[in-house]
Design a protein around this ligand. Structure first.
Ligand SMILES: *[C@@H]1O[C@H](CO)[C@@H](O)[C@H](O)[C@H]1NC(C)=O
Length: 364
């Protein structure tokens, strides 16, 4: 402002102003003329640059978690400590509803009459995120949700907010891969259903396959319940791991596939076609059941690999340049990744998004 006063008065008062200017710089001196310039309207730009520079960063957008999925709670600070995500302010405090920039709504917790959705009126600039990680087979179509959600969060590659386990390019190639010690041939951890009596495709396949090759089972259903800390070591100790999905859908390739890749084991996959798996992992990182006309022939191939170490090792070549990271296995950590990923997204995006017809999209 001092400079501005100077140029403004220079034509009128000439040298005197110049002397005063030098004397008055900084202009707290008692001899200085009154600050006439205060009455002169300043161009907007210069008044902006005069504003005291704030040290504070702008407030982070608020993301309101409307339901705790399956009631598995964690501390929101885990996003920073476990995933290095800090781009939003996460809360489960519903009294912040009208201020929230986005609301994260877990599909499975919505009541069939949708009476437990956030209330009307909905803040006009607020985005709602449809949060769903089950396959379409295991999705209940709750009526009335078709045009409420601006953003989708799921495993599907074409979701707005993508949550899945992916391979990463290594910064430096892995020079030597120490093969974990193996004392079992084929393993399968089944958490829910009884694999002998189920009706799905994977049960049928398993019951055929086990006629020709030994399969070691783990899971609640037969008393060999695995402790969380034994999850990765157990998978590592098997040559092959059955990564059988509970239903067959595009992109529905879950942590069952990530686990053996991260543990140093070869996944044998049953799910969408091989081509879809190859969107997520190199072709020689896994064995697909569709590569064989029958379960018997798959079993024969696995037995052959068991004898041929060079061929078996070729399934680990991808590791030189790529890396699979272990996912969280504790139950109450299951939703950390999707919730933190939503926070990260909202911290980086504020575009308008017209509502999506979620069912038309999800069941397509
Ligand atoms: C979000 O979707 C709603 C309709 O469900 C719409 O009214 C609103 O303008 C959208 N908001 C943004 C910010 O995309």
């Amino acid at each position: 402002m001092t400079l501005y006063i100077f140029f403004f008065f220079l034509p009128l008062t000439g040298h005197l102003t110049f002397v005063l200017y030098l004397f008055c710089f900084p202009n707290s001196q008692p001899l200085c003329p009154p600050q006439y310039a205060q009455t002169v309207p300043l161009p907007e730009k210069s008044s902006l640059s005069e504003a005291p520079k704030s040290e504070k960063t702008p407030p982070k957008p608020i993301v309101l978690l409307w339901f705790w999925p399956e009631n598995f709670r964690f501390s929101f600070s885990d996003c920073k400590t476990l995933m290095d995500i800090d781009g939003c302010s996460l809360t489960d405090d519903r009294s912040l509803y009208s201020e929230a920039d986005a609301v994260l709504i877990f599909h499975k917790s919505i009541k069939h009459d949708s009476s437990n959705l956030p209330p009307s009126p909905r803040p006009p600039a607020q985005r709602w995120i449809w949060f769903h990680v089950e396959s379409p087979t295991n999705t209940i179509k709750i009526p009335g949700l078709e045009n409420l959600f601006n953003l989708t969060l799921s495993y599907r590659l074409d979701s707005d907010i993508l949550v899945r386990y992916q391979l990463f390019v290594r910064e430096t190639p892995e020079e030597h891969f120490e093969m974990p010690r193996k004392d079992k041939l084929v393993c399968w951890i089944v958490s829910n259903n009884n694999p002998y009596t189920g009706t799905g495709l994977r049960t049928k396949y398993f019951n055929e396959l086990r006629k020709y090759i030994k399969i070691t089972l783990f899971g609640k259903a037969y008393g060999s319940f695995l402790k969380y800390e034994d999850y990765y070591p157990t998978i590592s100790s098997c040559k092959f791991y059955l990564a059988f999905e509970n239903s067959i859908h595009r992109d529905y390739i879950t942590e069952k596939f990530n686990a053996p890749l991260a543990a140093g084991t070869v996944p044998v996959v049953l799910g969408p076609p091989r081509q879809n798996y190859e969107n997520f992992a190199p072709s020689n990182a896994f064995i697909h059941v569709d590569d064989f006309p029958t379960p018997k022939e798959l079993a024969e191939y696995l037995l052959r690999l068991d004898k041929d170490d060079n061929l078996y090792r070729s399934y680990f070549q991808w590791r030189r340049h790529l890396e699979a990271k272990p996912h969280f296995v504790l139950q109450n950590q299951e939703f950390i990744k999707p919730i933190c990923t939503a926070c990260d997204y909202i911290g980086k995006h504020n575009e308008y998004r017209a509502p999506t017809n979620i069912y038309k999209w999800y069941f397509s």
